[in-house]
Design a protein around this ligand. Structure first.
Ligand code: GLY
Ligand code: MN
Ligand code: MN
Length: 484
């Protein structure tokens, strides 16, 4: 070995070791959990099939800055591996190559001392082997692999979205893995499958880009006990965020400041991210269902709709509270609030084994429609959708709108119950209702003995909210200097 190369290797090893992680959270999902999930998927796959999963793409924010990386939830569920530019193959049946028998292969990101110094640690083949995989290769090895996709009755994967960048410096990035897979599996992206004149594209008939979603939804829509521990934690953290803001709220608070208090609470409890961009809408802004600008300066006397969820070790909550900035609902605010509350109460009661999300929606929607008629805001129930334009429920989990097959509710499913009424300025009703927006959203665990409201800790009834808003907050003593 040349001396220069030898010295470089020593320096690299030294550098890598100096990055070793200590003092980490101890409550991540275990390798056994992910392995067992792969077994469960394998058991549900058609005979002689292979399922192919790719990591999420890296997304560019601007120039040379990328968004914080987030793994594809299916990939995370099956592996626990959080790095980009990786690929997983799960075989329904044992494969043999020489003496070796295997039923899964993972292609991982190769270790690279220089990149690791700049952009973070990589587990590499050795690290991923410790996660319970036996067939672990660097991504660059996929091109030369002898996998013959034509021998399978089904090649299952999720179709590609054409939003993956090719890094010219990396011949094993996601772009290359996908391109090599397409060639090996004789697959053209769906939009290029259209025959043009004589130029008919020959596509393998064993390609299946639809079934994997159903198989994964079957698994992911029912939470295991390990998942419930993390999901409950995410929800409780989010509920504490709502409580702290109720105590700290004052009319001069800005939407951004309110968002900051929630997100500070999340970090304090170790939640890595928000499960979706935080929604903090004062007054009329609350009528934009997924309002994320959060730029209004003073809450004043209006209500604030706060829809935020902590993401804890991958699992995201989705909790909404709507509160009056000055601590007291006025007559119109209270009327609309109580109506949404009544709809939510019946919706939660309907969140039971054997029911389904459309029934949960219907019971609450009927109450809202009748209530809006009684208040003179609409004349017939058909008009209700104008002011309650979204569904009541979705599953939560690794995605805020989690995978589901939308069938009967079963034990250990977790869904939101989130009715709302939104009356934008200029609506076709008395002006006194304009700018009122209320959503109340809780995360409900379906159990054999009835619904359990995981976000119950955050006050929900209007009287409870007003009482909580009277409590002192330590944030009131948090004075910062005025800047020019
Ligand atoms: N936070 C998005 C939703 O409630 O569906
Ligand atoms: Mn929701
Ligand atoms: Mn929400």
């Amino acid at each position: 070995m040349k001396l220069k190369y030898f010295l470089t290797s020593i320096i690299c090893l030294f550098t890598l070791n100096s990055f070793a992680q200590t003092d980490l959270p101890t409550d991540y999902l275990s390798s056994d959990f992910h392995k067992e999930r792969r077994e469960a998927l394998r058991a549900s796959m058609p005979e002689n099939s292979v399922a192919v999963f790719f990591a999420n793409p890296v997304r560019n924010r601007a120039n040379d800055v990328d968004y914080v990386y987030h793994q594809d939830p299916n990939f995370y569920y099956l592996t626990g591996y959080n790095e980009p530019n990786t690929m997983l193959l799960i075989f329904s049946d044992d494969q043999t190559e020489g003496e070796t028998m295997y039923n899964e292969i993972i292609y991982v990101r190769k270790r690279h001392p220089l990149y690791e110094q700049w952009t973070g640690r990589r587990l590499g083949v050795e690290g991923v082997t410790k996660m319970g995989f036996e067939q672990v290769f660097n991504g660059e090895d996929f091109e030369d692999s002898s996998i013959d996709f034509s021998t399978f009755d089904k090649v299952l994967f999720k179709d590609f979205k054409n939003d993956v960048r090719d890094s010219k410096r990396d011949r094993a990035d996601l772009y290359n893995l996908i391109e090599q897979f397409k060639v090996k599996a004789n697959y053209m992206a769906s939009e290029s499958n259209i025959p043009v004149g004589d130029n008919v594209v020959d596509v393998s008939t064993n390609i299946d880009v639809t079934s994997l979603r159903t198989l994964m939804a079957n698994l992911r829509e029912i939470k295991t006990q390990d998942e419930l521990v993390l999901l409950k934690k995410a929800v409780e953290i989010s509920a504490v965020g709502q409580i702290e803001i109720m105590k700290a709220m004052h009319p001069n608070m800005s939407e951004a400041e309110i968002q900051g208090v929630h997100e500070f609470v999340y970090k304090k409890y170790g939640a890595e991210y928000e499960g979706y961009p935080s929604i903090v809408g004062v007054g009329n802004n609350g009528c934009i269902l997924h309002y994320t600008e959060n730029t209004k300066m003073n809450a004043g006397k209006e209500m604030i709709l706060m829809d935020l969820g902590a993401e804890y070790h991958g699992y995201t909550a989705d909790v909404t509270r709507t509160i009056p900035a000055n601590g007291k609902f006025n007559t119109e605010q209270r009327a609309i609030y109580d109506l949404v509350y009544a709809a939510q109460e019946v919706g939660i009661a309907e969140t039971v084994v054997g029911s389904d999300m459309s029934k949960v929606d219907k019971v609450g929607r009927d109450i809202i429609n009748q209530g809006l008629i009684d208040l003179g805001i609409i004349e017939t129930a058909d008009e209700g959708r104008k002011y309650f334009p979204h569904g009541t429920s979705h599953h939560i989990g690794l995605d805020v709108h989690d995978l589901s097959n939308r069938g009967e509710l079963k034990e250990n499913m977790v869904i939101t119950v989130e009715p709302g009424i939104y009356i934008p300025e200029g609506s076709d009703c008395d002006e006194k209702w304009w700018g009122i927006a209320v959503r109340i959203e809780d995360d409900i665990l379906v159990t054999a003995s009835g619904p359990i409201n995981l976000s119950e800790m955050a006050p929900r009834h209007a009287d409870e909210i007003e009482a909580m808003m009277k409590e002192a907050s330590i944030l009131n003593a948090f004075h910062l200097p005025t800047l020019d």
